[in-house]
Design a protein around this ligand. Structure first.
Ligand SMILES: C[S@@+](CC[C@H](N)C(=O)[O-])C[C@H]1O[C@@H](n2cnc3c(N)ncnc32)[C@H](O)[C@@H]1O
Length: 224
C-alpha cells in the first residue's frame, strides 16, 4: 500500500481562505486528522474542526475525522503521541490529511511531528506533502487594507513570549538580475527560482549569481 500523508494548512479561520490544493487533499483523503485541545477528544473548542467541516460542506463530502489530542504545552512527549495517532491512521488508511491553522510554515507543530514521523517511517515522510496556506497576518493585512511591507520596508514576525534565545529566519526578496549574492551572508540558505512556473528550481543553498527576478532566498533559522 502506497501511503500518502498531507499536512494541510487551513488558513486563519474562513473556509473561503482554503486553497484548492487543500480542498484536493481533503478530496483525496480517506480520513482527516484534526487537532483538539480537549482531553476527551471532543471538538467543542477546535477552530480547525469547524474549518474542516465547512470545507467538507463546500465539497459536499463526508470524511471520517480522527481527533488528535494536542494540548499545546510545547512538550516533546505530546508531539510523540500526536505523531503516533497520525502514523496509526496511515497504517489503516491509504491517504491521510493532518490539518494546521494558518500556514504550516509559521509557528505550527507540524514540523515537530514530521521530525518524529521521519524517524519512524522514512517512506511516509518522503511521500508527505505540506500544503501552504494563508497566514493570519496576510489575512489581517487584507482585512485592514494595510500593506505588510512597501518599497524598502522589511517585515518582522516575533514570538511575544519566547521560551529560549530567538533565532531568526530571513526571507530575502526582490533581487537584481546579475547580482552577486556574497553580501547576503552565510547560513542555512535555500534558493527558490520561478516557483510553480516554467523552469522552476529549488536549490538547497544560496546560488552565487541571480539569473531571474522571480528568485527568493530563505535563510532558515539556526536549529539543532
Ligand atoms: C501557533 S500560531 C499559528 C500561526 C499560523 N500558523 C499562521 O500562519 O498564522 C497562533 C497565533 O497565530 C495568530 N492567529 C492565528 N489565527 C488567527 C486568527 N484567526 N485571528 C487572529 N490571530 C490569529 C495569533 O497570534 C495566535 O496566537
Amino acid at each position: 500500500m502506497n501511503q500518502k500523508l498531507y499536512m494541510v494548512s487551513l488558513g486563519p479561520g474562513d473556509a473561503e481562505l482554503l486553497t484548492l490544493k487543500a480542498l484536493n487533499a481533503f478530496k483525496a483523503s480517506d480520513v482527516i486528522c484534526v487537532p483538539t485541545k480537549s482531553e476527551d477528544n471532543s471538538f467543542n473548542k477546535s477552530i480547525s474542526y469547524k474549518i474542516v467541516q465547512d470545507a467538507l460542506t463546500l465539497l459536499d463530502m463526508k470524511k471520517t475525522i480522527i481527533p488528535v489530542y494536542s494540548p499545546m504545552h510545547f512538550v516533546y512527549e505530546d508531539w510523540v503521541n500526536e505523531a503516533k495517532v497520525i502514523l496509526e491512521a496511515t497504517q489503516k488508511y491509504q491517504t491521510v490529511s493532518f490539518v494546521t491553522l494558518g500556514d504550516a510554515g509559521v509557528y505550527s507543530s507540524i514540523y515537530y511531528l514530521l521530525d518524529i514521523i521521519k524517524k519512524k517511517d522514512t517512506a511516509l515522510y518522503d511521500s508527505c506533502e505540506v500544503i501552504a496556506g494563508v497566514t493570519s497576518f496576510s489575512a489581517a493585512s487584507a482585512q485592514s487594507k494595510k500593506a505588510l511591507c512597501l518599497g524598502d520596508e522589511a517585515l518582522s514576525i516575533k514570538p511575544i513570549n519566547p521560551r529560549s534565545e530567538v533565532h531568526t529566519t530571513e526571507i530575502l526578496m526582490r533581487p537584481k538580475i546579475g547580482m552577486d549574492t556574497t553580501s547576503l551572508g552565510e547560513g542555512d540558505f535555500y534558493t527558490y527560482e520561478n516557483m510553480y512556473l516554467k523552469d522552476a528550481k529549488t536549490t538547497p543553498s544560496k546560488i552565487e549569481r541571480v539569473k531571474k527576478y522571480m528568485t527568493l532566498f530563505i535563510k532558515y533559522a539556526q536549529r539543532d
